[in-house]
Ligand binder design. Sequence first.
Ligand code: NAP
Length: 286
Amino acid sequence: MTKVILTTGCSSGLGVQLAVDAAKAGHNVFATMRNLRKRAALDTAAVEAGVALKVLPLDVQDFDSVAACVDQVLDDAGRIDVLINNAGAGFVRSTEQASEADISWVMDVNFMGVVRCVKAVIPHFRKQRSGHVINISSVGGLVGQPFNEIYCGAKFAVEGYTEAMASYISPNFGINFTIVEPGGIQSEFAASVLKQVEETGGMLDDEYLPILQKYVGGSQTRQAGSDIYQTAAEVSAVVMDCIASDAPPIRTRTSKWGEAFCALKTDLDPDGKKLQQQVFDQFLSD
Ligand code: NAP
């Protein structure tokens, strides 16, 4: 069935792949990005795949921009079936080293950005009595990792936010929620993190430095020689399965590595459906 799909963060990485794969699957895709001057990667990928996409501006940090984009999609397509909250940004600094502005920005892009898009789309899903919100989280939304406490905090927030909505909105209004938890993705993400560190004073020469060097140095080795990193196409394939499913998971990892890494948190309830039922039974059953 052809669905109308709105996805964020389509200037690079996973967002490009999601938009193209969804269009290849026959969906009506509205691919968005905050800066349309960065649309070349998406346009090239669409041409190579032989698909047509509608490209619109959407900055997840600006509610007016989100609302205007949602209105435009509704004017054009008459409905939205799937919202993919993909836009996000990494951040590697300890709390001591992070400025308040850094922390606010990381929370705003990764968490408030998701909330803004859900807030704009959910009234339409509720009227339709259908819809699917797919939030791209991370294994970092389940397992805290060194120097990633601010980013992990934002992704944990996305996880709790999504779980909470799945507990009462899904059973009452027929709207699905899915949290996708990739490990590493080969994309601009890591380079953007390092650039952000450089632009905000570089690695500080303090007691954290040897620990940070171990983490960053190790991450380059991990990227080269292990199965932590997936291609955007591999992660996108998991998202496409979620879009196609009549009963999508509440949460899903995207690789065997991710499954093993999160197993202490997810083994009892890998897709989150037991927890959803437990919360419903606890608070909303007759
Ligand atoms: P990426 O290549 O850096 O892409 C991130 C996208 O988010 C870009 O299109 C970027 O746009 C966009 N973005 C940032 N701020 C935005 C804003 N205010 N409004 C709209 N768009 C904004 O990274 P990626 O790997 O594809 O990341 C996609 C998602 O996967 C993110 O949610 C990320 O947290 C998650 N993830 C990534 C990894 C990884 O290792 N890469 C692992 C787990 C989860 P600009 O080009 O304008 O900056």
